[in-house]
Design a protein around this ligand. Structure first.
Ligand SMILES: O=C(O)[C@@H](CO)OP(=O)(O)O
Length: 685
């Protein structure tokens, strides 16, 4: 760990988060005028807790602290709790008798400890440092847990430990150092710290999901009464260690002896553990999958075990996250607030292949997304702001035009139509939420038309929540859309996008529009191009995605010369900077479809977007047909100012999750006075 870390005072932490302690009950052990616990009590009194229970072996230790509090904050209640941590029955008595009238404890902060003392034993016969620093804390937490849980979510158990844990280990075969014969004060201190830190880890595991913040903390080197057993020789030795540079812990990681800090700075670490919202939390991510997968996408690792999920299981990817990525990543000690690019680079190197074949793009992406979420929390900013700042985009935001895929064909449904997606885009809406309303109204109007033309049974939906009526030709789908837009009353304000996903029906140099039927309908690239041109001439189409197959470069380039609408490369580009550069060199398109799982890390996806923007192209963010309820791409779209995204129909939870998140972002920006606009008719920033 580096000494360059910013060290905060208690005052600074309380100024930011102290409100959370108003009216709370806090129990602190080890209180005396010359301890961090005493400083903590005085600091906490400033933010008006209800009750401070101050524990020590003798009232005389606590009295000066109480006096200070009384003077500064006469309304804050304090109470002395007599408890000798070297005596387990004294702990039981204190909890059972003296705290009977306290129904709940919001925060338990166990500061009391012994450091490097001469050999001694507790009343119960344990070596003193182990007995006081670990066993007493164990019992105290066990006895107080019902009261802590009664305090509800955001209560906390904080156990103060020390950097001595880094070279501390528990000597299970001889926990008492042969009755003192082999006793070395610092080794025993290390053992007691290893024991209390492992205890807290297990406690946190057992309290998972119950809202009790559980941390062991290292307050740094604080001058306090704790060092009363330090001999001059020992102090000299510490000086020498500090000068010698980084030491190595039991995992082989370097660390330096912390510099001396003030009691306020030491107490700040405990307050951070108790209430700082940015250090708490579990950050997760769900990774999507596609049905029409391009040849240039990163490798999605599936088990290929025919006995499970027809080979589609992902146990290998999960194993890679848990057993390969997690241990390696944790050792790097990246700073989540600033290091997303370094984290992703590390993961890519750890995989070691160009296509993420070893660990799987699905394994890597999930970690990358979760790290981005953790980074946002650590910076205390929303995910979209974190991503915008990370990639260097301005924080004046553009809410995207949602492209709702309301008719599903191609690989996404069982009807005969070859083109995969027919989307409606409310460019004339006034806001994101208005766009969702318009899109939903068109969707419902379409349902009525489909039902009256093809019967109620034709209102079943495809992979992305769009209807999949039994139509064959794209003009039939477009006719249905025009009717729905008109019936919903949004003519002129809702435009159309099409994704033929043509790699799926590219066969031997031609395009077979009958590929889902037993009647081939083969078009040459030139014939397909003229079909597109005629559709663009007749319908209010503003966007065309993957009109040609991923390797049919000449058709792309030829069409791009005359095409007047946004021409989006999906399978063509695979969200891959190298493919984007290649497409630019061939002048093949003017927009990147951005799918995070095509490339497999957030940093690379954002780099592909940057590259596209640098060519003056647009960026269209996309879900996958095999989506999840994860709404990450909503924040990403806002962060990079893409101005439009597609996430399927206003139907099915995994599609709607993204639109809901976008409406939430819009509300949040409005409420906080953030700068934003709706992308509107140009559907770009
Ligand atoms: O082709 C597409 O653009 C996507 C998303 O709509 O479909 P899939 O996830 O099946 O590749």
């Amino acid at each position: 760990m580096s000494n360059k870390q910013q060290v905060l005072t208690s005052e600074a932490v309380l100024e930011k988060y102290g409100k959370a302690l108003v009216g709370k009950t806090v129990l602190i052990t080890g209180v005396s005028d010359d301890s961090i616990a005493g400083e903590l009590a005085v600091q906490l009194a400033n933010v008006d807790p209800k009750l401070l229970i101050l524990s020590a072996r003798a009232e005389s230790k606590v009295a000066p602290v109480m006096e200070k509090i009384q003077k500064a904050k006469p309304n804050v209640q304090t109470r002395f709790l007599n408890m000798d941590l070297g005596n387990l029955s004294a702990i039981r008595k204190a909890v059972d008798h003296d705290l009977q009238d306290v129904p709940q404890i919001d925060h338990l902060v166990c500061v009391a400890g012994v450091m490097a003392s001469p050999y001694n034993k507790t009343v119960d016969g344990f070596e003193t440092q182990l007995g006081v620093n670990y066993i007493a804390n164990f019992l105290l937490v066990k006895l107080l847990l019902p009261k802590i849980k009664a305090a509800g979510p955001s209560s906390s158990v904080i156990i103060v430990a020390s950097s001595a844990v880094r070279h501390g280990k528990v000597f299970f075969d001889d926990i008492g150092f042969s009755d003192g014969k082999t006793y070395e004060p610092m080794v025993a201190y290390g053992q007691s710290n290893a024991a209390r830190v492992m205890f807290v880890k297990e406690l946190a595991e057992r309290l998972k999901g119950q809202g009790v913040r559980t941390y062991s903390i290292d307050p740094g080197a604080v001058r306090s009464g704790l060092q009363r057993h330090f001999t001059p020789e020992f102090k000299q030795q510490i000086e020498e260690w500090s000068k010698a540079g980084p030491l190595t812990d039991l995992d082989g990681n370097p660390f330096t002896i912390p510099q001396w800090t003030s009691t306020s700075e030491g107490a700040a670490t405990m307050i951070t553990g108790m209430i700082d919202p940015t250090i708490a939390g579990e950050f997760t991510a769900l990774v999507p999958s596609g049905a029409s997968v391009g040849d240039y996408e990163a490798h999605e690792l599936r088990d290929q075990d025919p006995k499970r999920y027809e080979g589609n299981g992902v146990l290998k990817a999960v194993h890679n996250v848990e057993n390969v990525i997690a241990p390696a990543l944790i050792k790097q000690h990246f700073d989540l607030r600033t290091d997303l690019a370094k984290i992703d680079e590390f993961l890519i190197k750890l995989d070691g292949t160009k296509n993420k074949n070893n660990l799987g793009a699905n394994a890597i992406l999930g970690v990358s997304m979760a790290c981005a979420r953790a980074g946002a929390a650590a910076r205390n900013v929303p995910l979209y702001e974190f991503l915008a700042r990370t990639a260097g985009y301005p924080t004046s935001y553009t809410m995207p035009v949602p492209f709702f895929n309301v008719i599903n064909g191609g690989r996404h449904s069982g009807n005969p139509v070859a083109f995969q997606e027919f989307m409606v885009a409310p460019v004339g809406a006034e806001s994101m939420s208005h766009a969702v309303q318009m899109g939903s109204e068109v969707y419902q109007a379409l349902k009525k038309i489909v039902s009256s033309k093809h019967g109620a049974s034709a209102c079943g939906i495809g992979d992305e929540g769009g209807f999949a009526p039994p139509i064959s030709h794209p003009t039939e789908a477009l006719g249905l859309l025009l009717g729905a837009i008109k019936n919903a009353g949004h003519e002129g304000k809702v435009k159309i996008g099409i994704d033929p996903a043509s790699s799926e029906f590219f066969k031997s140099g031609n395009y077979d529009l009958g590929f889902k039927t037993n009647q081939p309908h083969s078009l040459s690239p030139a014939e397909l191009q003229s079909l597109y041109s005629s559709l663009l001439g007749k319908y209010p189409i503003i966007l065309l995605e993957d009109p040609f197959a991923e390797d049919d470069w000449s058709s792309w380039t030829a069409f791009n010369k005359t095409c007047k609408v946004e021409l989006v490369g999906d399978d063509l580009l695979a969200t891959n900077v190298e493919r984007v550069e290649l497409a630019k060199s061939k002048e093949a398109c003017n927009s990147l479809l951005l799918k995070i799982n095509q490339i497999g890390s957030i940093t690379e996806a954002m780099e592909a977007a940057k590259k596209a923007y640098s060519y003056g192209w647009r960026v269209f963010v996309s879900h996958r047909s095999g989506e999840t309820i994860d709404d990450f791409i909503a924040d990403l779209t806002v962060a990079i100012g893409a101005g439009h995204l597609k996430s399927g129909s206003p139907c099915r939870g995994e599609r709607v999750a993204k639109y809901n998140r976008l409406m939430d972002i819009e509300d949040e920006l409005r409420a906080t006075g953030g700068s934003f606009k709706y992308a509107g008719p140009e559907f770009v920033k």
